[in-house]
Design a protein around this ligand. Structure first.
Ligand SMILES: NC(=O)c1ccc[n+]([C@@H]2O[C@H](COP(=O)([O-])OP(=O)(O)OC[C@H]3O[C@@H](n4cnc5c(N)ncnc54)[C@H](OP(=O)(O)O)[C@@H]3O)[C@@H](O)[C@H]2O)c1
Length: 336
């Protein structure tokens, strides 16, 4: 089959080639890939800054796939040939609390990903694609939408009328605006671009703060919340900004620590954290059960993913470059 292979770190070492098509073993589905979407994780893996010791070479990259089941291993009974399925990043985390070694079973490193004509997904980790979504749309769900959903609903227990801050206008954050709005919460967005703030407001955000114009964006957030701070903050930026996130969150509020766009380490000021009694929870997407619940909600509320651009299979590298420049919502690659 045709596949993009990461032979070494660096986008120049991502090459289109031929590799044997996989055969489904007991309990596995062979999926003809329809589309994949890119997440910051995929770019960080290519750049060699995401757990580089875990990246096999060559690697078929990209975790998030929507496609059609074309062959079944023995014993499969959750799906049949012709069903449309999504991959689920933490392929063995099905429900409840995560086990100690979930990252060992993630698609797109260390397990083969979906930037290829075919991919193997175990039937237990596959998720049924909502009927009303195309493969291109559905490919955006496994990490970006599910992380936003889990942070808002399973962890954040967000209630109608509460306030959520989302950082930037990339994949996770735009889904968070859409979901928070549908759940009746008020989303405040930060962005480096005024036009993206306006576009986020069209999706339901109640206010926007340009974090370039206002480097002390947490003060603007306090102003917008009558000095109180938001109930829940989805931190995708990471780095030293975590101290600003604590300041922007209400006393006894919650932070979902999702990302590391500005850095994987931070110097935490403990006294504000202690005085504000903030809960900070690391987020690693979600179990599959949460994905199933989210898909039902997306269908019920007719929420459609926001796709900035769709690239062809041959244009995969341009898609990575687009993500690196910054996208509004998701960047997708159509595979077949
Ligand atoms: N732990 C998990 O389960 C999980 C799941 C998904 C993602 N993540 C992580 O979350 C982060 C975002 O992922 P993604 O896939 O949504 O990325 P993405 O689609 O590439 O979005 C990146 C956007 O973040 C914004 N941004 C950059 N620096 C910022 C800063 N200092 N403050 C606020 N916003 C900033 C920019 O928005 P503007 O252009 O509007 O400024 C940029 O376009 C990454 O670190 C990723 O690895 C983690």
């Amino acid at each position: 089959m045709k596949a993009w292979l990461l032979k070494n770190f660096g986008l120049d070492n991502l090459v289109l080639g031929d590799t044997p098509a996989p055969k489904p073993q007991v309990g596995e589905l062979l999926v003809k890939v329809g589309a994949v979407s890119l997440n910051f994780r995929d770019k960080a893996i290519v750049d060699g800054i995401y757990e580089p010791h875990m990246v096999p070479k060559p690697l078929i990259p990209v975790s998030d796939v929507a496609g059609t089941v074309v062959a079944l291993g023995d014993g499969v009974n959750r799906f049949k040939i012709g069903d449309r399925v999504n991959s689920h990043l933490y392929s063995r985390w099905l429900d409840g609390e995560p086990g100690p070694n979930e990252p060992d079973y993630c698609f797109g490193s260390p397990l083969p990903g979906g930037l290829a004509e075919y991919m193997i997904i175990h039937e237990e980790s596959a998720v049924r694609v909502p009927d009303n979504l195309s493969d291109e749309e559905a490919s955006t769900l496994p990490i970006a939408a599910l992380t936003a959903w889990y942070s808002l609903v399973d962890y954040g227990q967000i209630q109608a009328g509460q306030t959520v801050l989302v950082q930037g206008t990339g994949g996770v954050s735009i889904f968070a605006v859409q979901l928070a709005t549908a759940l009746g919460a008020k989303a405040i967005v930060t962005s480096s671009k005024d036009e993206n703030l306006e576009a986020a407001k069209k999706l339901g955000a109640v206010a926007g703060v340009n974090y370039r114009t206002f480097p002390r964006w947490e003060e603007e957030v306090l102003r917008l919340t009558e000095g109180k701070g938001v109930d829940l903050l989805l931190d995708v930026a990471g780095g030293e900004g975590l101290n600003q996130s604590i300041a922007a969150t209400k006393a006894a509020g919650r932070i979902a620590q999702i990302g590391f766009l500005t850095g994987q380490t931070t110097t935490l000021n403990l006294m504000p954290l202690i005085f504000r009694q903030t809960t900070i929870r690391g987020i690693a997407v979600a179990p599959r059960s949460s994905f199933d619940r989210m898909n039902a909600y997306l269908s019920q509320h007719a929420i459609r993913p926001v796709i900035d651009q769709i690239y062809s299979f041959e244009e995969a590298r341009q898609a990575y470059q687009h993500l690196a420049r910054g996208a509004f919502g998701k960047v997708v690659i159509k595979v077949s």
